[in-house]
Ligand binder design. Structure first.
Ligand code: DOR
Ligand code: ZN
Length: 479
């Protein structure tokens, strides 16, 4: 058998080891990994001398704004940024216009993404109070998981109250899909923001003051209790504080199916950066005091936090630089800079490159039911590959990034370690830091997702069970 492509002389990185090995690719899949002389003949060979070969990163948290906000981003620019960042699969959030809340809107987004994406993708369906009834359509239409906004953020999607959240978790538990949570308590934030605004306080530190760590502690704890009760699988997005790690770890210890994610900005930026990049650094949840960084690193390394993602949240410069912090759009691009930032930390000895592969590819693939098709370079895996030069130094420049949003707190940051080629299902989408002609190559991964069977708990107490019981009772009475 002959291969389509053999990559020779690289160092293949797994979650456990770094191997001097070649990789043969056929029909978009890994055919073999092994000694150079054991490789089959190939139509094309590629020399990766001096480079590391990583499973492409899976970024389970991006906002590509399409449909709805073409001046901020669209599927083409967002996935070009992913390709430059060594990211071969992205999961897109539902706070687009209209929100991804029913079957029709989901189908439209699938069509847009499939026509423009350079990399593979999954689409989140909204799990909101107003769209409980359309959850079956979302499941039929093909989602990677659900997103539930416990706290309000960009897009102003209403947060379900606790009663609604319980019912939504019941439905999610029955589906077996994972629910990603924006875990900030809305009541606390709204009240504090209103009070601060009424007092005429609108500097950027007021944004932080409206969202003290307790908003996350409370939301993570409450979500964990409801997940434990219903059997819903949950994923805590963008962990920003040391304090919310305790309820996360306690829930894991109790056996709740809860996973966690953090982003480079919570690991590498702090309130000390606020005056350097005022407004630009505003994000929900906020970048916090420096004391939070070491515990979040520790949690990432000990596995309490499973995933490194980006919350890629592009906005236009004029939306990021307003004087009144309450009018600034929160978030900034990140899908392209995550890998170089994290590889810089690998170079600094903060973690091993295998650790990085575990948190950027292997773990997200596992928790989202994509392993080993994604997140691994095993025979049969999709050939989704980031080829990186660990020795390459680079300065991040907002003006140079692929994202339409040319404004981020990373401008001017020096990094060491850069993805130089990116391959999605066997095809180069970025080569020598140049985008390839691969618009429309990306495919939705919901078709290959295999979540474990649902583990519903307290089934007899669900609204669905109770209403079914009542209507059965009524039917008996009538008969
Ligand atoms: O800062 C943020 N921006 N946090 C979020 O959760 C949403 C995001 C956005 O969509 O802009
Ligand atoms: Zn987000």
């Amino acid at each position: 058998m002959s291969a389509d492509l053999v990559i020779h002389n690289g160092r293949v990185v797994t979650p456990d080891a770094v191997l001097e090995a070649s990789i043969a690719i056929k029909d978009g899949k890994v055919l073999a990994v092994g000694a150079s002389e054991a490789m089959p003949p190939a139509k094309e060979t590629f020399d990766a001398t001096g480079l590391h070969i990583l499973p492409g990163a899976i970024d389970d948290h991006v906002h590509f704004r399409d449909p709805g906000y073409p001046h901020k981003e669209d599927w083409e620019s967002g996935t070009a940024a992913a390709a430059f960042g060594g990211v071969t699969c992205v999961f897109d959030m539902p706070n687009t216009i209209p929100p991804t809340a029913d079957g029709k809107i989901l189908a439209a987004k699938h069509a847009i993404a499939a026509s423009k994406a350079h990399v593979d993708f999954g689409l989140y369906g909204l799990l909101g109070d107003e769209n409980l009834a359309t959850v079956p359509e979302l499941l039929d239409g093909g989602i990677i998981g659900f997103k539930l906004y416990m706290g309000n953020t960009f897009g102003k999607i209403a947060s379900p109250d606790t009663g609604a959240t319980l019912e939504l978790f019941e439905v999610a538990a029955a589906s077996g899909k994972r629910v990603s949570l924006h875990a900030e308590n809305n009541d606390i934030m709204e009240r504090r923001q209103k009070r601060l605004m009424a007092a005429g306080i609108h500097d950027q530190f007021a944004h932080l003051a409206a969202r003290p760590p307790v908003v996350a502690i409370e939301a993570v704890s409450r979500a964990a209790i409801l997940a434990e009760w219903t059997g819903a699988r949950i994923h805590v997005l963008h962990i920003s504080s040391a304090d919310e790690l305790r309820p996360l770890r306690e829930a894991k210890a109790r056996g709740v199916d809860i996973t966690g994610e953090t982003c480079p900005h919570y690991l590498m930026l702090s309130t000390e950066d606020y005056t350097r990049v005022p407004g630009i650094i505003a994000v929900n949840p906020p970048v916090r005091e420096k004391r939070n960084q070491a515990p979040i690193w520790q949690a990432l390394l000990d596995g309490s936090i499973d995933v490194i993602a980006t919350d890629h949240a592009p906005h236009a410069p004029e939306e990021k630089t307003r004087n009144d912090i309450w009018t600034v759009d929160c978030g900034f691009p990140g899908v392209e800079t995550q890998m170089p930032l994290m590889l810089t930390e690998v170079n600094a000895g903060r973690m091993s490159i295998s650790d990085y592969v575990r948190m950027s590819a292997y773990n997200p693939a596992r928790i989202w039911g994509l392993y080993p098709r994604k997140g691994a370079l095993l025979p049969g895996s999709d050939a989704d590959i980031a080829i990186v030069d660990l020795g390459r130094e680079h300065t991040i420049r907002d003006a140079d990034i692929q994202s339409r949003s040319k404004i981020s707190p990373w401008d001017g940051r020096k990094v060491k370690g850069l993805p130089v080629h990116t391959i999605v299902r066997g095809r180069f989408v970025m080569k020598d830091r140049t985008l390839m002609d691969t618009k429309g190559w990306g495919r939705s991964v919901h078709t290959i997702q295999q979540m474990p069977a649902p583990q519903i708990r307290n089934a007899e107490h669900t609204m669905q069970a109770i209403t079914a019981q009542r209507s059965a009772g009524r039917r008996e009475q009538i008969a």
